[in-house]
Design a protein around this ligand. Structure first.
Ligand SMILES: Nc1ncnc2c1ncn2[C@@H]1O[C@H](COP(=O)(O)OP(=O)(O)O)[C@@H](O)[C@H]1O
Ligand SMILES: [Mg+2]
Length: 503
């Protein structure tokens, strides 16, 4: 069976088809300046082939999330997941044959590279039984396989380039068909570009890109001058899945639209503003309410202010305000309930949703129905409890600095960071891998080690070994260090941090 999908029309008005099976075997490279219509082309290709083949899209600008509505792709917000999480997600997407869009919008270059690499790694590493054919589309591929080192770390570049090279050079055997688009061939690593046998060349202005495109298409460089005259949406096609000789085609329409379409001119509003000055120059809303991605220098102040202002447990809106004693009493009972939930055997390894359900039920039984913390607050309490931190620390000034540092980590890691910070603050030995894993809700020692490396990569901590192979951790910026501790130790070295006792 061959499946031919319609990409659009040739200049002569004939159907321009692409052979999907051939494409799986021979990959595709799309080049064209910004605005030449590459993303549109990819969208057309994805829409037309969606019924036939599983797809994954590496989407640096969040353009493709709209495929979810019509075609059921699962959108993965890369920002919300760790590299490890994304790697596993990649594996599972293949296991279950779910088409996915990895939305990398909003991440810096370093993290875009790392997370794309992790996800691609997951797709690549899956067991042989699951090597079903799959299209892997990478838009703006020069971001992930840059020809020259940029300002990102060597490690990120190595990871990302490695993943892209795997995709394009070794993916075929595993059923992965790389489809990559780039603004400029000269910006794309040569070995990654070289593995594609199909090309769609769009409008190109720079000589160096034109020359490279001509080389790839086997055209005279002089002929490549025509790339300058291509219109938006027009491409020169060549390759076993497309055409045996360079063929000019116009890409057809799409059912879905990019989410971030280019701004359009809008007619000016007819009614004039009564008082433009008053509206435009009114005092800005208080800054503190603006969500911030990274802690700014004055955030500590804000954090303190917020801490002082907000009671731990928010009563429901219709309730009469509770007195201080009532609040304290409730908090004590909520804490007790959490302790009871955590005292269950295996509580440390249950999913947070399950724990929360149980917690809510117990709170109801306790008569705390209207004061049950919401899931976010519950997470926070759980993080603290798992890390063995007592509520009294919340009042400590230095400790607020620690929570601030912790806030740049994914939520599920914050508890571990705080546990280590606690050990460092008290000068206790560094907890062993098993203890760290437990605080993270995992049995895996390797995961514990990866957690530490991750925090080290984020610049939060530095891990070192002493002469006896014992590990000690220094908290960057706070300048606290743990005492050396045996990484293989199975329990908390220093006293009094059984999670139940000190809540
Ligand atoms: N073949 C086409 N038919 C209709 N509109 C197109 C076509 N190709 C591109 N466009 C439109 O042109 C604009 C730029 O295209 P886009 O695919 O985002 O370019 P690129 O990804 O190369 O920067 C978009 O608004 C897109 O919808
Ligand atoms: Mg684009």
């Amino acid at each position: 069976m061959t499946v031919a999908i319609e990409m659009g029309q040739t200049i002569a008005g004939a159907v321009a088809a692409m052979d999907l099976e051939e494409l799986l075997a021979t990959r595709l490279l799309v080049q064209g300046n910004s605005g030449s219509g590459k993303s549109h082309l990819l969208r057309r290709l994805l829409e037309q082939s969606a019924p036939w083949v599983q797809q994954a899209i590496i989407d640096p600008e969040g353009d493709f999330v709209t495929l979810a509505e019509h075609f059921g792709h699962l959108v993965i917000e890369a920002e919300d997941h760790t590299e490890r999480g994304l790697q596993v997600a990649g594996e599972r997407a293949r296991l279950h044959r779910v088409s996915t869009v990895l939305n990398l919008e909003g991440l810096d270059a370093e993290n875009q590279m790392r997370r794309a690499a992790a996800f691609l790694g997951g797709l690549f590493d899956v067991d042989r039984d699951h090597w079903y054919p799959m299209l892997v589309v990478v838009d703006e591929a020069q971001l992930f396989a840059p020809a020259v080192a940029g300002e990102v770390s060597d490690e990120a570049r190595k990871l990302s380039l490695g993943a892209m090279t795997n995709l394009m050079c070794r993916g075929r055997k595993r059923g992965l068909a790389g489809i990559i688009a780039t603004q400029r061939l000269a910006k794309l690593a040569k070995n990654v570009a070289a593995e594609a046998s199909n090309f769609l060349m769009g409008r190109t202005f720079l000589d160096i890109d034109m020359a490279r495109a001509a080389d790839l298409l086997g055209m005279e460089r002089r002929q490549a001058e025509t790339f300058r005259d291509l219109e938006r949406g027009q491409f020169m096609a060549l390759g076993p899945a497309l055409s045996r000789r360079p063929l000019r085609l116009h890409i057809g329409t799409t059912d879905t639209k990019p989410r971030n379409s280019t701004p359009r001119l809008m007619p000016m509003p007819e009614a004039t503003l009564e008082d433009a000055r008053a509206v435009i120059l009114a005092a800005p809303p208080p800054d503190a309410s603006r969500p911030q991605r990274r802690p700014a220098p004055d955030l500590l102040e804000q954090l303190r202010a917020a801490k002082a202002a907000a009671p731990e447990i928010r009563p429901e809106p219709f309730e009469l305000p509770a007195s201080a004693e009532e609040l304290a009493d409730r908090r004590e009972r909520v804490d007790r309930t959490l302790r009871a939930v955590l005292a269950e055997p295996d509580a440390g390894f249950r999913a947070i949703g399950v724990l929360y359900q149980e917690f809510v039920v117990r709170c109801r039984i306790e008569g705390l129905g209207s004061a049950v913390p919401d899931l976010t607050e519950f997470r926070r309490m759980l993080t603290r409890a798992r890390a063995g931190l007592g509520a009294e620390l919340a009042e400590d000034d230095a400790w607020q600095d620690v929570s601030l540092r912790a806030s740049i980590l994914p939520e599920d890691m914050q508890g571990v960071f705080m546990m280590i910070a606690r050990a460092a603050k008290e000068g206790w030995p560094c907890p062993g891998d098993a203890v760290i894993a437990r605080a993270y809700g995992s049995h895996s020692l390797r995961r514990a080690q990866r957690l530490l490396s991750y925090m080290e990569e984020q610049g939060l901590i530095v891990c070192q070994l002493d002469g006896a192979g014992r590990r000690f951790v220094t908290l960057v910026e706070l300048a606290w260090a743990t005492a050396p501790g045996d990484p293989n130790a199975d329990d908390m070295p220093a006293e009094p941090v059984s999670s139940a006792a000190s809540l």
